[in-house]
Design a binder for this molecule. Structure first.
Ligand code: AFD
Ligand code: MN
Ligand code: MN
Length: 430
């Protein structure tokens, strides 16, 4: 029996204040799209079927490497995080899965945790392993690397942890293991650049060998940080080569903040897809590096262009094209629930806009070398305000027309501030 955290009456009452305006805007947009031969209901159906996972760790205030500023009512354990994720999904209806991180989210009974999530209307997405920090009582330090460490015992410990994550994921009902390692160096000469990759590949192949048949191993590359001179899986090139060496169940995961500044991420997406290796995304935005800012807050056009490639990819599917989508942000100055609501809307908007691109016109212009009209095919879709489609899809699914207003009216965080114990100070996540 599903028991959602917010009152359905509150959502219905708040929606009632917006229904008429929404009908007008939706009607006007429907007529506009119809003039271009687009059926708004068909777009709405695609939007209703779209989903993006939220990370359990994103429910708390992330902080930076320097400090964390907790807010009252922040979740302190996986149960409270699940409750917050349920609030997000109840309002926006596009985030029905949570991506857990271990050992951060460890509990003694994962079957019970799976049921607990289900009772909140949530399922589980990719399982994330963590070999980028030491845990209390851990036998071998990851200070000098994990899957690529010099010491065989440390590599084995990292392999064992990843295999444990697969085992936990099986109990939760996940089918993806996302592996991001912080392995790398801060000094030239610190490690041999070739041999460290050999060690990574050898250890990763042991994790790969433990994957169930229907599972994928998603390799997440990142250019730098915590290692500032070299990182073992630093870019999409290293990632795809590793994925190709490991086998068909290994795919590449693109975190939007993990590239060199100004890199053409949409082209990376198209390249990975071309070779059947596009496994998933971590959505966030970035100005300088791995900033983990809210999706679409800095460069919404880039997000749209990424989705444009995804819609193209869907029309030209390659082996096993089924990318997993997740939000991966660090909320330092906002209420994490509000950030994820706003980000889910930004991501879904870009998906909807990409669906509106007149592909025939685009492809014809490309073939005729008509640069301006090819660009205009994208520009026209990007300029359309798709908010009424998203709001309508949410309302039909029982969500909120205005997610942030409804969330604030619910006083959810203030209530949790009474119930939950305070989060400690300290540094944030990587
Ligand atoms: C890292 C990666 C990643 C990882 C997370 C941990 O983006 O996905 O799991 O942050 O904090 O930068
Ligand atoms: Mn990430
Ligand atoms: Mn990151």
């Amino acid at each position: 029996m599903t028991q959602l955290p917010l009152s359905a009456d509150l959502i219905a009452e708040t929606n009632a204040c917006h229904e008429q305006a929404l009908e007008e805007d939706y009607g006007a947009l429907g007529r506009k799209l119809a003039r271009s031969g687009i059926d708004i209901v068909a777009v709405q159906d695609r939007v209703a079927a779209f989903s993006v996972a939220v990370p359990s760790w994103g429910a708390g205030r992330g902080g930076t490497r320097f400090a964390k500023f907790p807010i009252a009512g922040e979740p302190t354990n996986i149960h409270e995080k699940l409750e917050d994720c349920a609030v997000i999904n109840q309002l926006c209806r596009v985030t029905p899965r949570v991506s857990p991180h271990f050992p951060w989210d460890k509990v003694s009974d994962f079957a019970a945790l799976r049921e607990e999530a289900a009772s909140l209307g949530l399922g589980w997405d990719a399982v994330n392993s963590n070999t980028f920090q030491d845990q209390v009582g851990q036998a071998h330090t990851y200070a000098n690397g994990s899957l690529a460490a010099q010491d065989a015992v440390t590599r084995q410990q990292a392999v064992d942890h990843n295999i444990e994550c697969i085992e936990i994921g099986r109990q939760l009902g996940s089918t993806d293991l996302t592996v991001w390692v912080g392995d790398g160096t801060n000094f030239p000469g610190q490690q041999d650049l070739g041999r460290s990759l050999d060690r990574y590949l050898d250890a990763a192949s042991k994790v790969y060998a433990a994957l169930p048949d229907d599972w994928r191993m998603l390799l997440e590359h990142k250019m730098f940080e915590p290692a500032f001179y070299s990182t073992v899986i630093s870019d999409w090139g290293s990632s795809i080569l590793a994925a190709q060496e490991l086998g068909p169940k290994a795919k590449c995961l693109v975190d939007l903040g993990h590239h060199a500044p100004n890199v053409n991420i949409e082209q990376i997406v198209a390249r990975l897809h071309r070779f059947g290796k596009l496994g998933g995304f971590h959505f966030n935005d970035s100005k300088y590096g791995d900033d983990d800012l809210d999706s679409g807050s800095i460069n919404p056009h880039q997000l749209f262009l990424v989705f444009n490639e995804l819609v193209e990819a869907e029309l030209n599917p390659r082996d096993g094209f089924n990318p997993s989508y997740m939000i991966d942000q660090s909320h330092n100055v906002t209420d994490p629930i509000e950030s994820m609501l706003s980000s889910a809307e930004a991501i879904t908007s870009c998906f909807a806009k990409a669906l509106l691109v007149d592909r025939e016109a685009l492809h014809a212009a490309q073939e005729a070398n008509d640069t301006m009209m090819a660009f205009q095919a994208l520009r026209r879709a990007y300029n359309i305000d798709v908010a009424p489609i998203l709001a309508k899809a949410r309302a039909v699914a029982g969500g909120a027309i205005d997610v942030l207003e409804t969330y604030r009216l619910s006083q959810y965080r203030a209530r949790k501030a009474q119930e939950r114990k305070a989060v400690g100070l300290g540094a944030g996540i990587v």
